[in-house]
Design a protein around this ligand. Structure first.
Ligand code: 13P
Length: 249
């Protein structure tokens, strides 16, 4: 496969600055000789601390969200300009917790995607179905809608800065991983959607990560699938003992 594996840790709302620094330092040391592409996404409050540690290493710095506007009266929000100032390179958008807990819809996510791309960020666009959508046979319809609407107005050139993360909502933080076969089916389908929108070459190139209870003991089987190009890791990204073996699968 010509695509590079991309292993990302989403630390969600965990860790104080000193805890984040400790984890980032250990990862920087232990992943120095890692063969894949890496990213850590700490909370906003730890970005500056972690930026200083991962600078010049093979670990990229990610944010977990951004505002849909560049600046202005948006109490509690964080803008792309502020993230760029901190050295953030990548922004995770459309995470299931943003969609389902904080009620972000496809239009808002699309606005954020376009703004982040405009400012030169790489974007990890998360898609994925709820359990009831899977049980109702709507997996493809949901993932297609989230992909198409999330990328509305994104040019072929900008697509080079897009990574897709398929994260079935029922697998997040539940210990229930999608089987490699079930995940592969959605990844292959999503790649086909990208092909329809942007052509075969773009579809072949785009990185599609899997997320949802990725652990050291299931990472390799997932990554062995043709269309699974990496992982977006939550719980197992919080300690080197679990993240390093995934990152070095
Ligand atoms: P878990 O690995 O804890 O299931 O979380 C996955 C996730 O949501 C990563 O963004």
């Amino acid at each position: 496969m010509s695509r590079q594996y991309y292993i990302a840790g989403n630390w969600k709302m965990h860790k104080t600055r000193s805890e984040a620094a400790e984890l980032a330092k250990t990862l920087a040391g232990q992943l120095k000789d890692g063969q894949h592409k890496y990213l850590v996404a700490p909370s906003f409050t730890s970005l500056e601390t972690v930026a200083a540690i991962v600078k010049g290493t093979n670990i990229r710095l990610g944010a977990q969200n951004c505002a849909a506007e560049e600046q202005g009266a948006h109490t509690g929000e964080v803008s792309v300009l502020q993230l760029k100032d901190l050295g953030v390179q990548t922004i995770i958008l459309g995470h299931s917790e943003r969609r389902h807990v904080y009620k972000e819809d496809d239009a808002l996510i699309n606005k954020k995607v376009k703004l982040a791309l405009k400012h030169g960020f790489e974007v990890i666009l998360c898609i994925g179905e709820l359990l009831e959508e899977r049980e109702a046979g709507k997996v493809e319809a949901v993932c297609e809608t989230q992909t198409v609407k999330g990328l509305e107005g994104v040019s072929a050139a900008e697509l080079a800065n897009i990574v897709i993360a398929y994260e079935p909502v029922w697998a997040i933080g539940t210990g229930k991983t999608a089987t490699p076969e079930d995940a592969e089916a959605v990844h292959a389908f999503t790649r086909k959607v990208i092909g329809r929108l942007y052509g075969a070459e773009a579809a072949e190139k785009i990185i599609i990560q899997y997320g949802g209870s990725v652990k050291p003991d299931n990472a390799a089987q997932l990554m062995a699938k043709e269309n699974i190009d990496g992982a977006l890791v939550g719980g197992a990204a919080l300690t080197p003992d679990t993240f390093v073996p995934i990152a070095k699968f």
